[in-house]
Design a protein around this ligand. Structure first.
Ligand SMILES: NC(=O)c1ccc[n+]([C@@H]2O[C@H](COP(=O)([O-])OP(=O)(O)OC[C@H]3O[C@@H](n4cnc5c(N)ncnc54)[C@H](OP(=O)(O)O)[C@@H]3O)[C@@H](O)[C@H]2O)c1
Length: 321
């Protein structure tokens, strides 16, 4: 549903590295749907999202529209009884996220935020290191995500819920949840574009229930390419992910005494790694689960709540919120 830039990358990855089939595509334009269907071998091409969700051949729907549209479109799919994978950011805000989760539970369908970093092999390595306590007491997380995207109209428009935070900043924010959980303290400085979306911001998180000393520093910008790295630093060792940390790659563990351990490279490169999230979601559906243990719905809602707090401090509101 909504065949734009990321839908193309997702469809390529799906076809190259999974056994999933793209049985149909739905666009606001019949022509765009037909072009996408021809490019990726989809059996049916629909010129409306309503027609797509009515297709009985369709088991699960991937929602790949701008953030402003996620709620309505995912709701359309859920009400039609389809399993739904929704691009990040899950919705515009926590209120929309909660309504989606409630609707999916009522319908008994699977729902998941497409935060693909969660399903990469190197994230699994970090998950095991954290579960084993290999880093010791967690102290500091430092992550950034900046790209030069001021020319992308979708990013600059408040009515599409543009801005750096929901598109880019969400990656290090979500990673900080993965490592540390939800912070009770959120402090932000930032700057808006003349159109009123967040251009650059730096966030400090603290007061974690399970990590009393930990602080996370997260920065994001849509005005410059930044290293886009991640470090999780503990009393015994630290984990470092080179840029772009949210894509497939290696994990480096640096012990207190300076010894370095490096994981092997991933077999996937860049957005080919979307196949991992697609395969994970397909496995959930075929096993009869309605949410992912690796990215539970309560966590996607909690992430949206923190993004709401950040936007509130910056004074960013989307029209109609
Ligand atoms: N996982 C990743 O690495 C990654 C990377 C980039 C973006 N994303 C996420 O993917 C989503 C889409 O981003 P994108 O870069 O693919 O956007 P995009 O290229 O602009 O495509 C979005 C598509 O949504 C449809 N759409 C529906 N309502 C729309 C509206 N009111 N205005 C504009 N388009 C509308 C359009 O398709 P039709 O009109 O043909 O239906 C459009 O082609 C966002 O949530 C973004 O954060 C994820």
């Amino acid at each position: 549903m909504a065949p734009g830039g990321i839908a193309r990358a997702f469809a390529s990855a799906l076809r190259a590295s999974t056994r999933q089939q793209i049985v149909a595509v739905g666009s606001r334009s019949q022509q765009r749907a037909a072009e996408f269907a021809a490019e990726f071998g989809a059996g049916s091409a629909y010129g409306s999202y309503e027609q797509l969700v009515a297709d009985p051949q369709v088991q699960a729907i991937y929602v790949a529209s701008p953030h402003s549209e996620h709620f309505e479109q995912a709701m359309l799919a859920i009400r039609a009884g389809k399993h739904v994978l929704v691009e990040k950011a899950f919705t515009r805000n926590a209120a929309e996220a909660r309504k989606l989760v409630d609707a999916a539970r009522v319908q008994g369908v699977a729902l998941m935020e497409a935060m693909w970093t969660r399903f990469l092999p190197r994230t699994d390595i970090v998950r095991q290191l954290l579960a084993d306590g290999a880093l010791g007491e967690l102290e500091t997380l430092i992550g950034d995500h900046g790209q030069s995207l001021e020319h992308v109209e979708r990013m600059m428009r408040p009515e599409l819920a543009g801005g750096a935070l929901l598109d880019l900043g969400i990656y290090p924010v979500s990673y900080s949840f993965f490592a540390l959980g939800a912070p009770k303290t959120v402090r932000v400085i930032g700057e808006l574009t003349p159109s009123g979306v967040d251009r650059q911001l730096s966030i400090t998180f603290g007061d974690y229930v399970d990590h009393p000393h930990a602080q996370a520093l997260v920065s994001t910008t849509l005005a410059a390419k930044t290293p886009t790295t991640m470090a999780i630093c503990g009393s015994l060792a630290r984990v470092e992910l080179d840029g772009d940390f949210y894509t497939p790659g290696r994990v480096r563990v640096v012990a207190k005494a300076g010894e370095v351990l490096l994981s092997p490279p991933d077999v996937m490169v860049g957005h080919q790694g979307l196949a991992y999230e697609a395969a994970h979601f397909a496995q959930l559906v075929s096993d009869g689960f309605t949410e992912s243990p690796q990215l539970p719905l309560a966590e996607s809602v909690a992430i949206m709540s923190v993004l709401d707090k950040v936007r509130h401090q910056l004074g960013v509101r989307y029209p109609g919120e």
